[in-house]
Design a protein around this ligand. Structure first.
Ligand code: NAP
Length: 435
């Protein structure tokens, strides 16, 4: 029987699905010892620090992750940072294969004047702030403004806009970070405007998320019916179009035509509005947009502009992979050919393909990478794995340690009527996980 040592770096969905694919490929002839390495003291990646707290159903995939973690041969090494506590070179030498599943955590930049003003915040900071990521507890978010602008027409923009636009008491039964909930409760924001630079037919929202919007109890959703009508006309001329696009436009049409509740809180989606400049004296005060139009199927700028007075801009325009020693970043991803980086190093998930796709998309991606690894495996190495690489006394949080953190958070949550109360401080997480 051949037994191979595989290191997976990153304990998010892509990492867990890679472990699952390895576990599924095991038989009497071939087995895997899987070491999952994670920088944070906690696993689950974006399921913990990305998925919006008011969408708890999406987080139930964590049950699958915990099953994967229980399979023989799987070990978790959390609180271990690649590039700091261990090097990629060491991992490469010690393991038969290394799978990088480190995601994309850096927010893309707009590249326009004013982006660096106070209270222009990237989704890459804003989302982990409200989700209790221990590195983002101190993000400064000022909601002392009646209007907020969210730039980007994707699901992250929609999550952020919802979090800003709903009545914060609706977040009481969720696992929103307490520091964020306090800020939301004191918020003066009553109007949130999502701005997409292209047309409704080009939006990256998905239909289920759009269809959920009118169900919000304390927020009216506005989309200009004329923009949707024009988009439907353009799409009609395109002949056969994808079902997803039809569903999206239909969901938007229903929102545009939906009766409004007449409540104070409002979430608006504007299209064909390309951010040109953010103005303000030290702090965001106004965003100027170029009005775009669709001409012969192409989105082009007009010479017209409009502006929105606002005290908060959140940019949700996609992410890039984080750079660390030993990897090359190309177009925001770890440079790779079909998941192969170099030598016995592979990549999966957002770090491989860029920040696109829902959690489930990582399943097929990781399974393809595992097929490739199995094809390339040679004789198993005679090595001991990560233990020989870490400094003695390094406080690793293993699966048992993580289960202690998990249980403590869930118990605190139960008492407060929430799914969990996440611990937000590194020191406390480490002490909970190593006690
Ligand atoms: P996304 O879906 O790629 O959307 C990014 C948006 O930013 C696009 O509308 C894009 O417009 C816009 N954009 C990019 N550069 C811009 C610029 N310079 N100026 C103005 N707009 C710009 O990315 P995302 O929202 O970060 O989501 C990432 C992935 O996670 C997606 O696959 C998403 O579906 C998934 N996700 C899913 C859920 C869920 O299922 N509930 C929740 C959150 C995220 P263009 O198209 O014009 O480039």
């Amino acid at each position: 029987m051949l037994r191979y040592r595989i290191a997976i770096v990153g304990a998010g969905p892509a990492g867990y699905f890679a472990a699952q694919a390895l576990q599924k490929a095991q038989d009497e002839e071939l087995t895997f010892a899987i070491d999952m390495i994670e920088r944070l003291p906690t696993p689950w990646g974006l399921v913990r620090s990305g998925v919006a707290p008011d969408h708890p159903k999406i987080k139930t995939v964590s049950k699958v992750f915990e099953k994967i973690a229980k399979v023989d041969g799987f070990r978790l090494f959390a609180n271990v940072e690649l590039g700091k506590d261990i090097s990629l070179k060491d991992l490469r030498e010690e393991y038969d294969a290394v799978i990088l599943a480190t995601g994309s955590a850096t927010g893309r930049k707009l590249g326009i004047t004013g982006e660096d003003l106070n209270n222009c915040i990237s989704a890459a900071d804003f989302v982990p702030w409200y989700n209790s990521h221990p590195d983002f507890t101190n993000v400064s978010v000022d909601l002392n403004t009646d209007t907020a602008v969210v730039i980007g027409a994707g699901n992250v923009a929609m999550d952020i806009a919802r979090m800003l636009a709903i009545d914060p008491t609706e977040l009481d039964p969720t696992d929103t970070a307490q520091h964020a909930l306090d800020v939301f409760k004191a918020s003066k924001v009553r109007k949130v405007i999502i701005c997409g630079r292209r047309g409704p037919e080009h939006a990256a929202f998905t239909a289920p998320e759009l269809r959920d919007l009118p169900k919000l109890e304390n927020t009216d959703i506005h989309i200009d019916a004329n923009q949707i009508h024009q988009a439907l006309l353009r799409v009609d001329q395109m002949g056969e179009v994808e079902k997803d696009l039809k569903n999206n436009l239909e969901a938007m049409r229903l929102i545009a035509e939906h009766d409004k509740k007449g409540v104070e809180r409002r979430l608006e989606i504007k299209f064909l509005a390309a951010p040109k400049e953010i103005k303000g004296n030290g702090k965001v005060e106004e965003v100027v947009f170029t009005i775009n139009e669709v001409k012969d199927g192409k989105v082009v700028a007009t010479n017209k502009t409009f502006s929105i007075k606002t005290g908060l801009v959140v940019t949700a325009i996609g992410y890039e992979a984080v750079e660390y020693p030993g990897v090359k970043i190309e177009n925001g991803r770890i440079a790779n050919i079909a998941g192969h980086v170099e030598h016995n190093i592979y990549v999966t998930g957002w770090a491989k393909r860029g920040p696109v796709g829902v959690i489930g998309t990582n399943k097929s991606d990781s399974s393809d990478v595992v097929d490739l690894i199995i094809d390339n495996l040679k004789e198993p190495k005679n090595s001991i794995g990560i233990e020989g690489l870490l400094k003695s006394g390094h406080e690793v949080i293993d699966q048992v340690g993580w289960e202690k953190i998990n249980a403590s958070e869930v118990i605190s949550g139960e008492l407060a009527g929430k799914p969990r109360i996440k611990e937000v401080y590194w020191k406390r997480l480490i002490s909970l996980g190593t006690s």
